[in-house]
Design a protein around this ligand. Structure first.
Ligand SMILES: *Cc1c(COP(=O)(O)O)cnc(C)c1O
Length: 475
């Protein structure tokens, strides 16, 4: 199991000329980093949820002079910790409700560190058989958790945007040229991905949604019918497995039926909501997801991983390699899980990190049940927020709590006031909340997927937000 041994040789130099350090120095810096991160994780709630500075100030503090001679390592690390890393969003803060939080777990953090420390690579089997196996295992776990059929393959990517790009590219290679359908609630990265892989705007149908924010199967059928009568070929359908705006899930079962009737590739963007399938209400909500041809999820959102890690799953064995293989003569093994896989042939990356290690460690250490209850907690928190909002005359709920997201407006607030109030709350540092636009109307939005968030955090944030909204509306 330990593999080959090597006869003892003199150790390679660890001196500064070889860009090395002695063991003591490595430990001194490494432990300092560990202590700083532990302190951050433990005390993040008492810091601002988000902080930004003026470009000129940051440049002054950080400095832009090319360092010809070296500087002190610890002093440089302090500059990173105390200036650089202070001025950003803390997606792991319990009152960070903006966009999509990044409540990374410590297991995910140390999993990432050990992969980085060993400079693990997952380009080829020969060069990374261990880390590749972990990636294949993690993909198999994700497939199982989403209920996709055996034989489904996948690959990790830097995030949802890139994973969507891979899935859409495979779909268009498998189905040829034609028209793609998506709703007006689909994430902006999908449209960008489609244009990047060669779709022209004339081939992209953006279907309007109603107050439910769901893609309507009837509207889809009508649009397809019209395109067919104009001689166009429908090839791709994009469904949402939890929109970023409102957490809405499209009627995936009905969409899967239409895609199969029409011979279209069905891609589901579950970058945000996919992990909700681990718990009962999420699984029920996402029914039909398992019928997709390709599914994207983002473990760096709701699977508690530090950036970056996204994933695409493709139900058709060999389809990823047909699209991305750089060695077309490569044999497609019958047994994809136990065979030798060169991950570079499933994606556009050649040199790629071992992103799977952190997720593998997190799942292995906590187990699916604990992770599922952490996800369930995020779903429950949004429901708690919704009930606080509906019992407070200062607020009106716009879309109910869905997969950890609730949207609302101030009673009597003008459209433009929400963004100002959200900015004022961020300025105070107490919490981070953002506004978004739904069907032309501005709304406030909470995304509550951090399991460390408490009910007091929700109540406190809504109180501060109401205060700032009243101030903005009066001013
Ligand atoms: C976040 C998100 C994306 C983009 O993912 P990145 O990891 O930010 O690239 C795509 N789709 C949805 C639904 C998302 O929530």
């Amino acid at each position: 199991m330990a593999g080959a041994t090597v006869a003892p040789v003199a150790e390679a130099p660890l001196d500064a000329d070889a860009l090395g350090m002695g063991r003591e120095e490595m430990r001194r810096l490494g432990y300092w980093v560990v202590d700083s991160v532990v302190e951050h994780v433990a005390s993040v709630a008492s810091k601002p949820a988000i902080q930004a500075r003026l470009p000129g100030d940051l440049l002054d503090w950080i400095g832009a002079t090319l360092p010809v001679e070296g500087a002190d390592a610890l002093e440089s690390l302090e500059l990173l910790r105390d200036v650089v890393l202070e001025n950003m969003q803390h997606g792991d803060h319990p009152r960070y409700f903006a966009r999509v939080p990044g409540p990374s777990s410590f297991t995910g953090i140390v999993g990432d560190w050990i992969a980085t420390g060993f400079n693990a690579i997952t380009a080829s089997w020969a060069g990374g058989s261990g880390p590749t196996t972990v990636e294949l295992v993690v993909i198999e776990w994700l497939r199982t958790l989403l209920g996709m059929p055996a034989g489904t393959e996948g690959v990790l990517a830097s995030g949802g945007s890139m994973a969507n790009l891979l899935g859409l590219l495979v779909g268009s290679r498998e189905r040829g040229h034609g028209v793609v359908y998506l709703s007006d609630q689909t994430h902006a990265s999908i449209t960008r991905d489609l244009l990047a892989i060669g779709f022209t705007p004339e081939c992209v149908r953006v279907l309007s949604t109603d107050a439910t924010c769901e893609l309507s199967p009837d509207a889809l059928r009508r649009s397809i019918e019209q395109d067919r009568s104009n001689g166009e070929v429908p090839i791709l359908l994009v469904g949402n497995g939890g929109t970023t705006n409102t957490g809405t899930v499209d009627p995936l079962d009905a969409l899967a039926d239409i895609a199969s009737d029409e011979g279209m590739w069905f891609h589901v963007d579950a970058a945000y909501g996919g992990p909700a399938a681990l718990c009962e209400p999420g699984r029920a909500r996402l029914a039909g997801l398992e019928r997709a041809d390709s599914v994207v999820l983002d473990p760096h959102k709701w699977l508690f991983q530090p950036y970056d890690i996204g994933c695409v799953l493709v139900r058709h064995p060999g389809a990823l390699e047909r699209t991305f293989s750089m060695s077309p003569e490569y044999l497609l093994d019958a047994n994809r899980l136990s065979g030798e896989v060169d991950m570079r042939n499933r994606t556009l990356e050649l040199t790629r990190p071992a992103r799977a290690l952190k997720l593998w460690l997190t799942l292995r250490v906590h187990g699916v049940e604990r992770i599922a209850s952490a996800i369930q907690r995020g779903i429950d928190l949004a429901e708690t927020a919704e009930s606080i909002l509906s019992n407070d005359p200062r607020w009106i709920v716009v879309t109910p709590a869905q997969l950890g997201i609730v949207t609302f407006v101030g009673a009597g607030a003008r459209d433009g006031d929400h963004a100002g109030a959200a900015a004022a709350v961020a300025e105070r540092g107490f919490a981070a909340v953002t506004s978004t636009t739904l069907h032309g109307r501005s709304v406030l939005r909470l995304c509550t997927i951090n399991p460390r968030t408490t009910e007091d955090d929700l109540q406190g944030t809504l109180d501060v937000l109401a205060e700032e909204l009243a101030r903005v509306s009066a001013g």
